[in-house]
Design a protein around this ligand. Structure first.
Ligand code: PD2
Ligand code: ZN
Length: 281
């Protein structure tokens, strides 16, 4: 299957070139990120021709590529390589898409089974120092997979890269969280606060976070929605579904304040994929 040259890929190529990276360096990183040579050639040729829609994502004059699905023509389904994913809802500000049928039941079960053995009370990145700390705002248990750690993890990561037009290697390892009754994740932003002293250390590994995909692996009987308090949006934690949101700068203007509402009954399990600006090493 030929990979299409999406507007996001084009914008990303433009951003890399305008940041001073050579065409040779660009070819190498696209190759490493899994783009076919034909796609690389086609993207570079379009840009050389000066195609009119070369830089659709423009922030203060500089093209800024963002992870995003190709929603041109308002498709009901998206081809994510190995799976046809449903587009259930979209919102422009904040930039949110809810995907249905993103994960198969067996994939949800496999992630839960591998994660269960390694669960520990969730830590969050401590922005004072760049280390990790217990966070009272997050009462779930969690763990991180390495990128590509299991066959199922690798498959899902490839699917996400294809769906969101974002190189696989720009993603952090998958995080799995379990929320029991009463557990919640109070509203927060996923980007790293530029004002915090530990942020420069965190950014050395791949730059800022620019997107979050929360995938629901097990639904609780009641409660546990993912909430966006600025816009009154609640996404129900339906198994196999995922909510994606992107933020082109680390600022509350993105309206990406979001939280995990308390689980009222049962257990909620999620897997979160955070996407970075650059390769996450
Ligand atoms: O589990 C959730 O609904 C949730 C809510 C807010 C997860 C995250 N944030 C996250 O993993 O960042
Ligand atoms: Zn979050």
């Amino acid at each position: 299957m030929t990979q299409p040259v999406t507007p996001e890929l084009r914008a990303w190529v433009v951003a890399q070139l305008s940041a001073g990276h050579s065409v040779a360096a660009l070819r190498t990183s696209m190759h490493m990120a899994g783009w076919q040579e034909a796609t690389t050639d086609a993207a570079l040729a379009e840009i050389e021709r000066g195609a009119a829609d070369v830089a659709p994502v423009t922030v203060t004059g500089t093209a800024r590529a963002m992870p995003w699905p190709d929603l041109d023509g308002s498709p009901l389904y998206l081809d994510a390589g190995d799976r046809r994913v449903h587009v259930l809802h979209t919102l422009a500000h904040p930039r949110v898409v809810v995907f249905g049928d993103l994960l198969a039941d067996e994939e949800c079960d496999a992630l839960i089974a591998s994660a269960r053995k390694r669960l520990a009370r969730s830590l969050t990145v401590e922005t004072q120092t760049g280390g990790e700390v217990l966070n009272v705002d997050r009462t779930s248990d969690g763990m991180f997979f390495e990128r590509g750690e299991t066959e199922v993890v690798a498959r899902i990561e490839q699917r996400i890269a294809a769906l969101l037009n974002w190189p696989l290697v720009f993603g952090e390892g998958l995080q799995v969280l379990r929320y029991g009754p009463g557990a919640q994740y109070r509203p927060h932003y996923d980007y790293f606060d530029p004002a915090e002293p530990g942020t420069p250390t965190i950014l050395r590994r791949g730059g800022q976070r620019v997107g979050t995909l929360v995938m629901y692996l097990q639904e609780p009987a009641k409660g546990g929605a993912t909430t966006f308090p600025d816009v009154g949006l609640e996404v129900a934690p339906k198994r196999g579904t995922g909510v994606f949101f992107s933020y082109d700068r680390p600022h509350p203007d993105t309206r990406t304040l979001h939280g995990g509402a308390p689980v009222l009954e049962g257990e909620k399990w999620v897997a979160t994929k955070w996407l970075r600006e650059r390769e996450f090493i």
